[in-house]
Design a binder for this molecule. Structure first.
Ligand code: SF4
Length: 365
């Protein structure tokens, strides 16, 4: 039945036959107006590839500084350093935060920050060692490829040496932030002072080659065109074929409040829920068989829409996001217990599984 209905779209037919989708196919899918059929195709692919479980990690988010040399138009988080609420955590504060993470039952700490213009590599190495000394079992998922690239330029040290030293100090994996959209036509309108898409990809490829696995994000719902989203997914797919180093893709809905894109009138409202679901479904179909974890970031979508996204191609909820400050800066509530996330999954008839950073099972519910 599904195959017959979907035959109105050649691209969806190809997706259902398990073929790799081109840029043209992806754009056709983004412009396809029957969300029911698109969602059903993505859900079928999800079922075939990863089954009925929905995973999530017990994650503690720590933003070590909000001081940033860049000033991206889509960011509500950064400060220049002189403001009352500008901050940089000291090693003692980091120790206290990580003790909090352990008390909350986190298995990973997710650490990102701004591009601090004064912090040198030893600050980051000490951070890694401080955490590992007290909590060697915690997975340290730290520093976006954009932060690593900035640090490389700041310290005039190669990306490879920085990653090697951080790994020796305790870095286990990397988050997927800073990817935004790789295509320069979109990227140049939303970031200012951040690496190019190609530089992000080159940096993460080096991390993968050193055995550091990572996530990858995709920021959508601002000024982009369909081809920019599809181009991003194709670049992720090509890199994944070379390294196998991505653990999951996390499409991130652009959050409008307090950003320059909002203040400058470039974006006046957040994208529709229909667009959110299309992006999740498209991600599933474009990456099928190459990167099979499609994450739904409930913090950005809200819990109810996140459930719908799980029924349209998603299979992961990212995590508990204890203490998330970046989305909070843009007006979103954050933090959720494992039981709440498990409840969300059970409500839609799927199987909740707490996972570790590398998608191994920690606990079933
Ligand atoms: S998105 Fe990151 S790099 Fe850009 S201004 Fe915000 S904190 Fe800085």
């Amino acid at each position: 039945m599904l195959e017959k209905l979907a035959s109105q779209s050649q691209a969806l037919d190809r997706a259902l036959a398990g073929e790799e989708l081109s840029l043209k196919d992806g754009v056709e899918i983004m412009e396809y107006d029957n969300l029911h059929i698109l969602g059903a195709a993505a859900d079928l692919a999800r079922r075939r590839l990863v089954g009925e479980s929905v995973t999530f990690a017990a994650s503690y988010y720590m933003n070590y500084t909000n001081v940033c040399a860049a000033s991206c138009q889509m960011c509500a988080f950064y400060r220049k350093g002189g403001e009352e609420d500008a901050y940089t955590l000291t090693p003692t504060q980091i120790e206290a935060r990580v003790a909090d993470a352990k008390r909350m039952g986190a298995t990973e700490v997710h650490i990102v920050g701004g591009f601090h213009p004064d912090l040198q590599l030893d600050y980051y190495e000490e951070m890694m060692r401080t955490i590992k000394k007290e909590h060697p079992e915690l997975n340290i998922k730290a520093f976006t490829a954009a932060e690593i690239f900035f640090l490389s330029k700041l310290t005039k040290t190669s990306v490879k040496e920085i990653l090697t030293r951080l790994k020796e100090a305790g870095l286990d994996s990397m988050p997927g932030g800073g990817a935004e959209l790789f295509h320069p036509d979109a990227r140049n309108q939303i970031v200012r002072g951040k690496c190019t898409g190609q530089e992000w990809l080159d940096t993460i490829e080096q991390a993968h080659n050193l055995g550091i696995k990572s996530n990858v994000t995709m920021l959508y719902g601002h000024i982009e065109k369909p081809e920019h989203v599809v181009d991003h997914l194709i670049k992720v797919r090509e890199l994944q074929k070379r390294t196998g180093g991505f653990l999951t893709i996390i499409p991130l809905k652009f959050s409008l409040d307090n950003t320059e894109l909002e203040k400058g009138g470039n974006v006046s409202q957040e994208c529709s829920s229909v667009y959110d679901i299309k992006v999740i479904a498209l991600s599933r179909l474009m990456l099928a068989g190459v990167l099979d974890n499609i994450s739904v970031y409930w913090v950005a979508l809200g819990k109810k829409l996140a459930q719908v996204a799980l029924a349209n191609g998603g299979n992961d909820l990212v995590g508990t996001a204890f203490s998330e400050e970046i989305y909070r800066a843009a007006g979103k509530p954050t933090g959720s217990s494992l039981d709440e996330l498990a409840g969300m999954v059970k409500e839609i008839g799927r199987i909740p599984i707490q996972r570790n950073t590398h998608f191994g099972t920690v606990r079933t519910f």
